[in-house]
Design a protein around this ligand. Structure first.
Ligand code: ACO
Length: 323
């Protein structure tokens, strides 16, 4: 059977770094509060004029170089973002153009912080049906542009960045020993749409709006939703927490990650945490964490990777794959 394997990955973080101390003059907060509640120590912020397409393009080029392929071999580009350059066209087509791709197609996918999981799952479907052989999946965000910089309950949590993977068709036996994506599970429930949203948009206010969040409510649902889709992945494959080599969760908050890992029985040394250095970069956070772990030389061929995310909507999902 056809499986979708990640054959390359890359990331890009803007040069400008904002530490927790940098917030102390802006809002009533402290490094101690932010570290204790979230684990975040710094985040990267796009410079003036630096856009989601700029970040996404750099991550995409890094992923293509890592895969050792040219853009001519890519059939489809899927960009996960909630902070597009423009309301339309899709920022994916801007990146497609910049990469010099004049064939195939490119489109954006929007599931907020679960965006990368949704885009990767979409790529897997296109590959397994034979529609595409190679898909470039990018998560890129400039969340700094959506923040209310006077609201201490949200502005300290987010950052800008991008990550990308090249996913390509490989032959598998149909067993859990195969290389590639073994199973993927997506969920959403719009009953929670008001708990994490942006209070603007083209069809409502005609403005971009600002991110609004009931943090405690998000936290209350997060661990249960994350374990729900991970248990679905285990049920679909017969694999379990003992089989996982690397748990690479969405990087929103250290406490959510640690509580989820603990509930699932995944040890700390197998749990990737990078939120301390880039904050919550929404759809970019998983490919950023993945690329970081790959660069450190930790992930070996054959390792079992568990990816998961939960975010606005609410949306949540998991992807279980063999490297
Ligand atoms: N600095 C100092 N104090 C603060 C700050 C801050 N930056 N922010 C809030 N506080 C205060 C609050 O005002 C409150 O004060 P009060 O008791 O006088 O009213 C106090 O700290 C406690 O506030 P809580 O909201 O109860 O703090 P909590 O421990 O829940 O931590 C946090 C807040 C970090 C937001 C937490 O709820 C959380 O992580 N939630 C999940 C958020 C998340 O992961 N969102 C991303 C989802 S992904 C996506 O789709 C974008």
């Amino acid at each position: 059977m056809i499986r979708s394997a990640i054959i390359g990955c890359g990331s890009y973080s803007p040069e400008r770094v904002m530490t927790n101390a940098d917030f102390e003059g802006l809002v009533d907060t402290s490094d101690e509060w932010i570290v204790q509640r979230t684990g975040i120590r710094q985040r990267h912020i796009a410079s003036e004029g630096e856009t989601t397409a700029d970040l996404g393009e750099k991550a995409a080029r890094a992923a293509l170089a890592d895969a050792g392929i040219g853009i001519d071999q890519v059939d489809l580009i899927i960009l996960a973002t909630s902070t597009p350059n423009n309301t339309f066209p899709a920022t994916a087509v801007e990146i497609q153009h910049r990469l010099g791709m004049t064939h195939g197609a490119a489109f954006d996918s929007q599931a907020v912080c679960s965006g990368f999981i949704f885009a990767l799952t979409t790529a897997d479907q296109y590959i397994r049906t034979g529609y595409a052989k190679t898909v470039l999946v990018i998560g890129a965000e400039t969340f700094s542009r959506l923040l209310d910089w006077t609201d201490r309950t949200t502005c300290v949590l987010f950052g800008d960045g991008a990550g990308a993977v090249v996913v390509s068709a490989v032959e598998g036996e149909g067993t859990s020993a195969d290389r590639g994506i073994l199973t993927a599970h997506l969920r959403s429930d719009g009953a929670h749409r008001d708990k994490l949203y942006v209070d603007g948009g083209p069809s409502t206010t005609g403005t971009i709006g600002h991110l609004r969040m009931e943090g405690r409510e998000v936290f209350r649902h997060a661990v249960g939703m994350i374990t729900d889709v991970i248990e679905a992945a285990y049920a679909a494959t017969g694999l379990g927490s003992d089989d996982i080599d690397w748990f690479i969760p969405h990087q929103a908050n250290r406490r959510i990650i640690e509580a989820s890992a603990k509930k699932l029985g995944i040890p700390a040394e197998k749990t990737v945490i990078t939120v301390d250095r880039h904050g919550n970069t929404s759809a970019a956070s998983i490919p950023l964490a993945l690329a970081h772990t790959v660069r450190e030389g930790k992930i070996r061929r054959g390792d079992l990777l568990l990816l998961e995310a939960m975010g606005g909507g609410f949306t949540w999902g998991s992807v279980l794959l063999r490297w």
